[in-house]
Every structure is written in C-alpha cells, then in structure tokens.
Design a binder for this molecule. Structure first.
Ligand code: FES
Length: 152
C-alpha cells in the first residue's frame, strides 16, 4: 500500500491505495469521477485519457503511485465553472462531435493537450496528435473541425 497526496481538478486528495492500481480505477471507484472511461485497458484506445501535470496520460495503464505530489485533471475539471464550458467542450457542442459519446472525454482531453502545445494545428498535426484516441463511431472529421473551431 502507498500513501499518496495529490490534487484532482484542484482539490487535494490523500489516499492509501495499492501502489500499482491504475489511476483510472482510483478516479472512477474511489473518487466517483466517472467521466473518464474504460475502453481497452491496455493503453491503446485513449478513452481513459487524463492530464497529469498538464500532460496527457492513459490512466488505465498509469500506476497511481506515480501521481504522488502531482496534479491530475479530468474531464470534470476542464470547465472553470458550472456555467461555462471549456472552449474545447464548447467547440465539441457546436460541431456536434459525439455519436455514442463513449470515447469523447478522452478525445477532448487529448485535444486540450494538443491545443496547449500548438494553438493552431494543421489537419495533419491534429491527426497525428489524436491518432491514439480511437472512435468506433468514426467521428474523426467532426473532431478535426471542433479542434479548428476551438483554435479560432
Ligand atoms: Fe486506457 Fe483504452 S482504456 S487506453
């Protein structure tokens, strides 16, 4: 077991957990933050993407012991308030991106990370940055449009 201190969406957390537990399950089961989804469980689909110290990680295969002293952001923490969506979330709405919606929180977290490092990505840069996020509904063209909209 490991005693961990970290923040999630700006809130301090102190947990004693099995050090090897994937961050995804700590978020979903211990902190009741179910916006982050389980897809493949092997780091391959991107559904579980969150940010650790601003960097996108696959939480399904990220041992929770690595977050000690760090800052985690999930889809629940992107918007600054209940009344205002994050610009990327707003663009997602305007472009009607989701179909089934299951992968979309991970898609949005990867898009936010992309735009933090590149404020005006090209189509090719978007496709490269988002290639690790799989969508079975094939919403990729709308994802690309929404990222362009968010970058305006
Ligand atoms: Fe983590 Fe697929 S559930 S990458």
């Amino acid at each position: 077991m490991a005693e961990l201190n970290f923040t999630v969406n700006g809130q301090a957390q102190a947990l004693t957990v099995d050090a090897g537990t994937p961050l995804l399950w700590v978020l979903r089961e211990q902190l009741a933050m179910t916006g982050t989804k389980f897809g493949c469980g092997m780091g391959l689909c991107g559904a579980c993407t969150v940010h650790v110290d601003g960097n996108p990680v696959r939480s399904c295969s990220y041992p929770v012991e690595f977050i000690d002293g760090k800052s985690v952001t999930t889809i629940e923490g992107l918007a600054e308030s209940d009344d205002a969506l994050h610009p990327v979330q707003q663009a997602w709405l305007e472009m009607n991106v989701p179909q089934c919606g299951y992968c979309q929180s991970g898609q949005i977290m990867s898009a936010v990370a992309l735009l933090a490092s590149n404020q005006a990505p090209s189509d090719e840069q978007i496709d490269a940055a988002m290639s690790g996020n799989i969508c079975r509904c094939g919403t990729y063209p709308r994802i690309r449009k929404a990222i362009h909209r968010a970058s305006e």
